[in-house]
Structures are given as C-alpha cells and as structure tokens.
Design a protein around this ligand. Sequence first.
Ligand code: BGC
Length: 255
Amino acid sequence: MLLEGKTIIVTGGNSGIGEAIVIAAAAAGANVVVDYVAHPDATSDLLAKITAEGGHAIGVDADVSKLDDLQTMIDLAVSTFGSLDVIVNNAGVETRTSVLDTTEEQYEHVMDINLKSAFFGTQFAAKQFIKQGTPGVIINISSVHEDWPMPGNTAYCVSKGGTRMLARTAGVELGQHGIRVVNVAPGAVSTPINTATMNDPAQLHRLDAAIPLGRMAQPAEIADTVVFLASGKSGYMTASTVFVDGGIMQGSVGL
Ligand code: BGC
C-alpha cells in the first residue's frame, strides 16, 4: 500500500475534501490524525468507519488558526504513532464577498484559517521532520483561485495566492532537508463549501458549462492526488502546484 505505516495529519478532516483525504489515506495504509473544530459526531462516525475497515485513525479537536493548537495536534500525532510523515493543510473557508464590502473580521477569519494555519502548519511540521531526521511532505489544499480570480470572493483568492508562494518559497527553503512542499489546487468540488451553487440549478448549469469535463469533481478525485503526493511515487515533486480542476482554468469559448 502506498502509505503503509506513514503518519499523516489532515486539518479540517471531518468533512468535504478533508474527509475524502482521510478515507483515502487510511485505505492506503496510513495512520491518520483527523483534525476538526466542529461536528464531533461526524468525526466519531468517520473514525469508527476507518477502524471497522482495519485502518488506524484518531481525532483531535484543534483550531488551526491558533499556534498552540497546531503544536498540540503535531505532538499528539507523534506521541500516538511515533513520528510524523505528512501534513495536509486542508482547513479552509470563504466568505464570497466583494473587495468593496469585506469586513476586517471576515478578512482576518479567511486569512487565519486558510493561510496562517498553512504557514505555521508548514513551519511546525518541518521542525518535527528535521528533529526526526526524516524527509517529510507538506501538502496545502489550495485552489484554482491561487492563480485565477474569482470576483466576489476576494479575501479567499488573496489567501490562496498566499499559499501559492508558501509552497514555492518554503519548498525551496526546505529542499536541503529533503522536505517536499506541494499544493493541490482543486477546481469546483462537490462539498459543503459549494452548497449554495449546487442548490441553484441555473448557477450549477453555468458552472458545469464552464468546466471542460462538464461536471464538478467528487472529493475522492482530489484525495487520490493527495495520496500520490504523500507517497514516494512523487518523490521529485516540490515547490509547485498540481491542478485538479477538470480543465476549468483553461476553459475557452473559442472566439
Ligand atoms: C471555491 C469554490 C469555487 C471553486 C471553483 C473553490 O476554490 O471554494 O467556491 O466554486 O473554487 O471556482
């Protein structure tokens, strides 16, 4: 199995893309630490499902925007499973507000959850890898919007643009330690973050029509890429982004 015996943390791991990554990593043989801040019941259900299938997973209630919580999460992974091999900085939020009316509170919330958490998750995981003397992998779940504007979602795009340079710069800095940093940039995925779009048939039709593959992704389609990046099969990939977007960024009406 691709991740046999590896220990992997997934932030925001009890719903959406995070949940799919947890399931795929456990199925690939990893010990999984499922970070969450809300819906403890969803976490217990997920852990029970993994255990029933012979996998290994624990939950941790940690707010990734708080540095103490991030460190506690990493320490728990190490004390439970012996070491840390991979962190997936997945937790993310969006406000869908324009640059004209985004409040300071909304801006800070988006930046704290999406970017500050990924920055310090990267720092703390890298320190742990260096302490262990092992190569490790840092994967940030970014978005096509790390590079592609989404009008009406400006703070989100700014935060994802930050993760773009986080992967590149930290990837360059940490290469000497054998640590890889890679972003996964999904397009539109069938998860709770897109509930409003999925509940509006006209909006959903417009979105599907803009995607060359003609449909949103299933979360498992993002998770499969994450498992590959977490494994030795991607051992020469670092400081860059893998787009998993059904071609949406290259969409063209052919005029
Ligand atoms: C955003 C979604 C959006 C999708 C495609 C994602 O990063 O969270 O709101 O539908 O990108 O544009």
